[in-house]
Write a protein that binds this ligand. Structure first.
Ligand code: ADP
Length: 546
């Protein structure tokens, strides 16, 4: 028997409709790329998004066509997302921090028909344009007065472009499983892969993201996503914020400490989210200038592990609750958030900080399991670590054009590529990337844990741990270290420092000193390069074993 409730497809434009009806006058404040602060509201965002939809339709953009955006967080970018999806087309966010060759590859693979971009990226695109044959026109997020002379094909200022229509237009209607957005994974190995979100997945994910034990957003919050819309679907903030009607503050192109502080303070921001590097810059700025954060209540930190010292500073020195979050592009992207369940509500001091090192628990809509290499499910004891696999309505089931083949196991779980423990209360802790974890005599050693330990040594600036071949144990840890400027240290000195802090068999077999550790475009340590560099390194323990 079927239920007798209404068929109300979960379409993204319903979110901006709701925001315009229920929270129409709520402000959306942006730092414009041209410079000044710009203020609008949800009702106006919706009106102009309808013009974007109407204007795209007039340019012949249809259901399923991809429209690229290479842009910072501003009101225009937000309008564009709603306008594009409102006719069944697909926003495709391009990350300006990728190398030009990767950007070219991604845009061609996605076969984007239109490129919407900021003034910042016009010179870059002029250099790439010859290699982007699918792009029919470039729309620059600015007005006629600020529009530069450019060689870009059919280039037009956004304000002039939408002024050509009257906005008397209705959203298209279609199935909720229609594609809505696209974001490529960074592709540390091989080509980037396209993740294709649907209207349904984005709407359900926005509900999950806004829940009280997730971001806990409310209409009386002032929400500032510092995380860019081009990073992993903008952590859902373009959807979950209008859904609840919070005031929205968009930081534009400036993400340095002083600029971010100015917005947090001036607009009394209560909620914000970004990767650890952004917060490092903000904390340094506040410490150097003896500043406080009287309005900020919660900060979501994710994308890579949030350092313990950062959590401690935000909470102790500034009275801001840190929510450590984990996720990935393939998960829309939120997977888990570290908020306190009643089981842990009483934790204080070091014990609370210990728990906040975990990436927390998943909201409804994300199922998790950890398994060994053979797919056998492992216990949730907070100690056993295994491959982290996830399932849910906002998790990818396949990459764009089928790249990467079959990505789900027999039960429909997606392998995240992370290695993690899960404790009896469901708190997940990422211990490594699966391709980096060291397998020594059948047991796994976490490279992240050894690296964190090594950087705790006062002379160490940066550390990386990789597995080096070993005849008896298959692999043993090799610690690679960059010392702080002017410092000297010996192998024994570093190993002695670590000796009583890890299980004996986790202690690295050797230490190599280097002047630099290679990084990827998104700032993560490039272990593939390190493994190549040290492939003929002979551990001192090898001879003893032979
Ligand atoms: P990018 O490499 O562009 O950041 P993703 O956002 O998809 O692409 O990266 C997802 C990966 O980032 C996760 O699989 C995980 O390895 C890592 N990650 C994300 N959040 C955390 C976190 N809080 N702690 C540790 N690792 C994290």
């Amino acid at each position: 028997m079927q239920g007798l409730m209404q068929d109300w497809p979960l379409l993204i434009h319903r979110i901006i409709d709701h925001a315009a009806i229920q929270h129409g006058g709520r402000k959306v404040i942006s730092r414009s790329i041209e410079g000044p602060i710009h203020t609008t509201d949800y009702a106006s965002i919706r009106r102009r998004a309808l013009k974007v939809a109407q204007r795209l339709a007039r340019d012949g953009i249809r259901d399923g066509d991809r429209v690229a955006t290479l842009a910072w967080n501003t009101w225009r970018h937000l309008e564009a997302w709603y306008g594009i999806t409102g006719i069944g087309a697909v926003y495709h966010t391009v990350n300006p921090r990728l190398f030009p060759d990767q950007q070219i590859w991604i845009i061609n693979h996605a076969e984007d028909r239109v490129m919407m971009t900021d003034l910042t990226f016009v010179p870059l695109l002029e250099k790439l344009a010859d290699k982007l044959p699918t792009i029919e026109r470039y729309i620059v997020f600015t007005d006629g007065a600020h529009m530069p002379k450019t060689t870009l094909k059919n280039a037009v200022a956004y304000e002039d472009w939408i002024a050509e229509v009257d906005g008397d237009f209705a959203w298209a209607s279609f199935d909720e499983n229609t594609a809505a957005g696209m974001c490529y994974t960074s592709g540390t190995t091989g080509h980037p892969k396209g993740v294709l979100y649907s209207h349904r997945s984005n709407v359900l994910h926005a509900f999950m993201a806004a829940l009280p034990d997730s971001k806990g957003l409310r209409s009386n919050d002032v929400c500032m996503p510092v995380v860019p819309l081009f990073h992993a679907n903008g952590w859902s903030l373009a959807f979950s914020t209008p859904m609840v009607g919070s005031t929205f503050v968009l930081p534009g192109a400036k993400m340095d400490g002083p600029s971010i502080y100015e917005l947090l303070d001036t607009y009394k921001v209560t909620f914000t989210a970004a990767v650890p590097t952004v917060w490092l810059m903000l904390l340094q700025h506040m410490e150097a200038n003896n500043l406080k954060l009287p309005y900020l209540k919660r900060v979501v930190i994710g994308g890579s592990a949030c350092p313990r010292a950062m959590t401690e500073k935000f909470e102790k020195n500034y009275g801001v609750e840190v929510i450590h979050a984990w996720g990935m592009t393939e998960m829309s992207p939120l997977g888990s958030l570290c908020t306190m369940k009643p089981d842990y509500a009483g934790l204080t001091g070091t014990a609370r900080l210990d728990l906040q090192q975990t990436q927390g628990h998943p909201p409804f809509g994300v199922e998790m399991k950890i398994t060994d290499d053979n797919g056998r499910v492992l216990p949730w004891d907070g100690k056993t670590f295994g491959r982290l696999k996830v399932r849910g309505p906002a998790v990818a089931r396949e990459y764009f054009k089928g790249d990467g083949g079959d990505i789900l196991d027999d039960d429909g779980f997606f392998d995240t590529g992370d290695v993690a423990t899960i404790d009896p209360h469901g708190y997940m802790h990422v211990t490594d990337r699966a391709k980096d974890v060291i397998k020594s005599g059948g047991e796994w050693i976490s490279t992240i844990e050894l690296e964190n330990l090594a950087v705790g040594h006062p002379k160490v600036a940066e550390a990386a741990v990789i597995g080096a071949p070993h005849p008896k144990w298959d692999e043993r840890p090799l610690l690679i270290v960059v010392l702080k400027e002017g410092e000297r240290a010996t192998r024994e000195e570093l190993l002695d420092f670590m000796r009583d802090k890890v299980a004996k068999w986790w202690l690295p077999d050797d230490v190599a000193f280097v002047t630099e550790i290679p990084h990827t475009a998104t700032g993560k340590i490039q272990k593939t390069t390190l493994r190549e560099q040290f492939k003929s390194h002979v551990l001192p323990t090898v001879e003893a074993a032979e």
